[in-house]
Design a protein around this ligand. Structure first.
Ligand SMILES: Nc1ncnc2c1ncn2[C@@H]1O[C@H](COP(=O)(O)OP(=O)(O)OP(=O)(O)O)[C@@H](O)[C@H]1O
Length: 696
């Protein structure tokens, strides 16, 4: 959001914000106080009622209070501090695995304590693990329970819920002192839509009173949610319009069929293109032949052959001696794409270079020279592609692979690099995230969309089974048997906590267990905390068949292509979104062998959870799955979509909030004509000029 440089809006005026907290907030896209106010809760907890200890049940999240009766350090598998709390009706334990001396000193028998946490069956009866608590000398000195719902915020390593609440409460006080944030949705429009003003909506959403209907917040029907949704959608749409308008005023080189490269490539492919691939290529060819920059989004389900379509489009451009750049989201994928492209293109005399951040200066130098001279026609890489020292001789086409986190600004800088004699390169964006067609049409009518709606023939659909974690031993046996048949296996380890560190830790533990259980077969490990080189070498071993089972975190979600891998196990499947599961599953079923996917869940699984996972069992069609996801979306998040990483939206959810789209589209034009200043401010507030087409 805007105004990072404005001292009046600086985060450092809040108590508790030093350089390290500031840096963490920045990383979450929160540079200033207004942005902090827009950091909305994921959900709310009801801590307004005290639960007598005698009524506490396993699985319940509750507010309790009592007196500490005992406290002792336990030496089980892990050292922990166990504190027993008692009231008239019963006793529970609090268990702290991480604790310091101060905590130990404060939690002495006789002190009064108020605790909020989830009760589980522990070693000593009901226990609350790592609860939030406050202590006092006596019971009536404890704070009264809240009169409002308690917000739970999306967070990152090192920022606790308590910190978030403290910071946001201070920001709300700042807002109250200051009076108001500029309301950028013009008054007549707000009236027409019956929406509250911005300050009121923000205050409400951070502290809804008890009795607020959580379903109305979740469904986006509540006027305070709608107020923010509309503003964000408007900003997004206005941003898209500006980008398009800017782009339309540019010129691009036009490429007509020429040379034999495209034909030669087609002849060398061991299979014919599918009808859908041919159709999409025709659409791209038509764009490339015009002297206006193409901006086309190609959607295709996992494994539908998007990479191949990109390569053919690149060939059309390279056939005329112009360069093409393929931007990948991770180094892993850049290397994989580099290998695939080199395999097809180099025998035809086209030189492919891969530019990665991890290269040494010495390794980079000859690559940069080849790019500057134009001898490297096909350039593949991550964001290293648009660093300052990269100069292109003549860049004709940029292909952006999905899931990248590049903002439009960064992509524009790549386009600027390609500017030659007043002309800019064409752009093609590839995504496997299916957007129902109607939705794409209403919100993105001005973005050209092609759909590859057909899978290559001969694929056997992946057989999906939903299995309880209680049957884990059978699953390991099945994997053992699969290895014996020379099949390769992915075992995906997932966590809900937004922490790469914990995820890496869990994957490492799993890796050790499986390595022992699956002997003599080789198990490999890949996670986000490993160095790029380590990841690449594990991937290469897996690709070459030296590693039989690959334990991976969701780093493999996108694009990895190892046709011999035909078995996938996904842990904690009930916690992932259907579309993400579908993406993961798309890593198998890419060869001719029958493939299977086991979705492991942690019992008990709710009815809704069962229905969700059964959707994946029933179909392999990404579009159908996206639609079902919308219908069956379980409880979970209330407002923010940020944690799912699903879209570039902070609050709006394109599917949930569809009803606003036509109105937003209508109003955008009026706003541009009548309120140009509000448009500028709105774009800055929502960072809407930094939007991400690949994720639309
Ligand atoms: N027309 C075709 N006929 C047969 N096989 C094909 C065809 N097109 C592509 N393939 C093969 O299918 C596999 C998947 O293709 P590709 O990697 O291009 O898919 P993708 O859509 O990019 O997948 P993802 O979204 O999962 O990254 C590759 O092994 C590729 O060689």
């Amino acid at each position: 959001m805007a105004g990072a440089g404005d001292a009046a809006l600086a985060l450092t005026q809040l108590s508790g914000v030093g350089p390290s907290v500031q840096e963490k907030l920045h990383r979450l896209g929160i540079p200033d106080l207004p942005a902090l106010l827009f950091h909305l809760p994921l959900r709310y907890e009801d801590r307004t009622r005290l639960c007598p200890l005698g009524e506490l049940r396993p699985g319940q999240r509750a507010l309790i209070r009592g007196t500490v009766s005992r406290a002792s350090v336990q030496f089980g598998r892990r050292r922990s501090l166990l504190v027993k709390v008692r009231d008239d009706a019963g006793e529970v334990g609090l268990r702290l695995f991480y604790f310091n001396k101060a905590q130990q000193a404060a939690l002495q028998p006789g002190v009064a304590i108020q605790v909020f946490g989830e009760a589980r069956r522990g070693a000593t009866g009901l226990e609350l693990y790592h609860p939030e608590y406050v202590v006092a000398a006596e019971l009536n000195a404890l704070p009264a329970p809240d009169g409002q719902l308690t917000p739970v915020y999306p967070t990152t390593d090192g920022l606790t819920q308590r910190t978030w609440r403290k910071l946001i409460d201070q920001a709300l006080q700042w807002l109250a002192r200051r009076g108001q944030l500029p309301d950028l949705v013009p008054e007549p429009l707000r009236q027409r839509w019956q929406l509250p003003d911005l300050g009121a909506a923000l205050s409400f959403l951070h502290h809804p009173p008890v009795g607020t209907d959580p379903d109305a917040l979740k469904s986006g029907e509540h006027p305070c949610v709608a107020r923010l949704v509309v503003e964000e959608l408007l900003a997004h749409h206005l941003g898209l319009r500006q980008i398009r308008a800017r782009l339309r005023s540019e010129q691009a080189p036009d490429f007509h069929p020429q040379g034999t490269l495209v034909k030669d490539l087609l002849q060398r492919l061991p299979f014919p293109l599918t009808g859908a691939q041919r159709r999409v290529l025709q659409e791209i060819d038509r764009d490339l032949a015009r002297p206006v920059p193409m901006l086309r989004l190609v959607q295709g389900d996992v494994g539908s052959g998007k990479t191949l379509v990109a390569m053919m489009a690149m060939a059309r451009v390279m056939a005329q001696g112009w360069q093409t750049a393929l931007l990948a989201p991770t180094e892993l994928l850049a290397e994989q794409h580099g290998r695939t492209l080199a395999q097809w293109l180099e025998p035809l005399g086209v030189s492919v270079v891969v530019l990665l951040g991890k290269l040494t200066k010495k390794q980079r130098a000859p690559i940069l020279a080849a790019i500057a001279e134009g001898t490297a026609l096909c350039v593949v890489g991550t964001h290293a592609l648009f660093q300052d020292d990269v100069d292109y001789a003549r860049l004709g086409l940029v292909v952006v692979d999905e899931q990248h986190r590049f903002g439009v600004d960064q992509r524009l800088s790549l386009r600027e690099k390609g500017r030659l004699a007043g002309r800019v390169p064409h752009q093609l964006i590839m995504t496997a995230t299916p957007i129902p067609r109607t939705l794409a049409m209403s919100m993105y009518a001005d973005l050209d969309v092609s759909v590859i709606d057909e899978l290559p023939p001969g694929r056997t659909p992946v057989v999906t089974t939903v299995v309880s974690n209680a049957q884990r031993t059978d699953v390991v046996e099945r994997v053992h048997a699969a290895c014996a048949q020379a099949r390769q296996v992915y075992w995906v380890c997932t966590l809900i906590e937004d922490s790469e560190e914990l995820e890496a830790q869990a994957a490492t533990e799993l890796y050790e267990q499986l390595a022992a259980a699956l002997q003599p077969y080789r198990v490999g490990l890949i996670h986000g905390r490993m160095k790029a080189q380590e990841k690449a070498s594990v991937m290469a071993d897996f690709q070459a068949g030296h590693v039989h089972v690959l334990v991976a975190t969701t780093v493999i979600e996108v694009g990895v292509d190892v046709p011999n891998a035909s078995v996938m196990i996904i842990e904690n499947a009930e916690r992932l979104g259907l579309s993400q599961l579908h993406q993961l599953r798309g890593r198998v079923g890419r060869g001719a062998t029958a493939s299977f996917c086991l979705l492991l869940y942690q019992p008990p699984l709710s009815q809704a959870g069962k229905a969700r996972l059964n959707t994946l069992r029933a179909t392999n069609d990404g579009f159908q799955i996206a639609e079902q996801d919308l219908l069956l979306r379980g409880p979970g998040e209330v407002l923010g979509t940020r944690q799912t990483g699903e879209a570039s939206f902070r609050i709006a959810d394109l599917q949930r909030d569809q009803r606003w789209l036509p109105m937003v589209k209508d109003v955008a034009e009026t706003m541009e004509q009548q309120y140009p200043d509000a448009v500028t401010l709105l774009l800055a507030r929502w960072h809407a000029s930094d939007m991400n087409y690949g994720k639309v």
